[in-house]
Design a protein around this ligand. Sequence first.
Ligand code: TRP
Length: 361
Amino acid sequence: MSKIILTGDRPTGKLHVGHYVGSLRGRVELQNSGKFDHIYIMIADAQALTDNADNPEKVRQNIIEVALDYLSVGLDPLKSSMFIQSQISELCELAFYYMNLVTVSRLQRNPTVKSEIQMRNFETSIPVGFFTYPISQAADITAFKATTVPVGEDQAPMIEQTKEIVRKFNGTYAEVLVEPEILLPDNKACLRLPGTDGKAKMSKSLNNCIYLSDSEEDVKKKIMSMYTDPNHLRVEDPGQVEGNSVFIYLDAFSKTEHFGAYLPDYASLQELKEHYMRGGLGDVKVKKFLNAVLQEELAPIRERRKHFEKDIPEVYQILKKGTEEAREKAAATLSEVKEAMKINYFEDLTMIQEQAKRYSE
Ligand code: TRP
């Protein structure tokens, strides 16, 4: 069986370093591993509209932001098809048929939907489109017969829901769809990078994100004012590394080589942590090290971004071409789905003949 990746992001804002360690960095590695037959990366604008119906301009503006972020981190249009969800109507068709295979109570139990309803104060008036987006997401994944879906931990219930739909469909009609597997980063710190203020979630409205598109100076400023251990007041005080954003970021980003290059007094992150916990190590020194590490990672991303920003029409061309590639695959799956569901009337010549015979007898 071929190995296919499908993943994507809602274009509701620029992508930040949490997206990067949680998913983007891994996608680029998977892309360059050569182990996959096809990679589809989707800008989920239709899904973004399920909770931004009144703000289409925001979604439109962020398509190009997300596309630039993709290209800057090293997703390569020659190796990965990058496309825009709303431009593939086959995905809506699939979702419409899958709706018959899912119950309202099952959707109500979806933990991601539940917490998002709370977050958006939708309790009293949930838009139907938003409520059913897990079904649409199952369409996104199955349209490409994806075997592997690299996403953040928060998306696990979506993959679960997709698997259920696949089993239900294949059991009811025919073995057409493929059950996907979620792929999470193995580094725990990468699962959910906290905000620079120490809050569990990075969010634009909390103003606690480091964006991939931030300038060198902005990144430095954000790091130098980052949340650490509030009880670590003097250098000599023992400090805590758990829940300390600076150390969590180091868990996610630092490699042994970085110590040789920027902090040769320590051989490893473990040694640095031990010194911090013992006392005698100031926050500024650790922050400066984190800044060096992060700037090293972000510099090539910034460079590539500059290059693509010079030719925005070309970026749209890349998306258009990716969308054409993606549509071909989605259309092929949809046609198998319709055949399995016996709604392929005009293609089914045997059926037409049988009907004709029935009436001529
Ligand atoms: N729900 C995902 C998010 O909020 C975006 C998304 C839409 C997606 N369709 C997808 C992710 C299909 C993976 C596969 O980030």
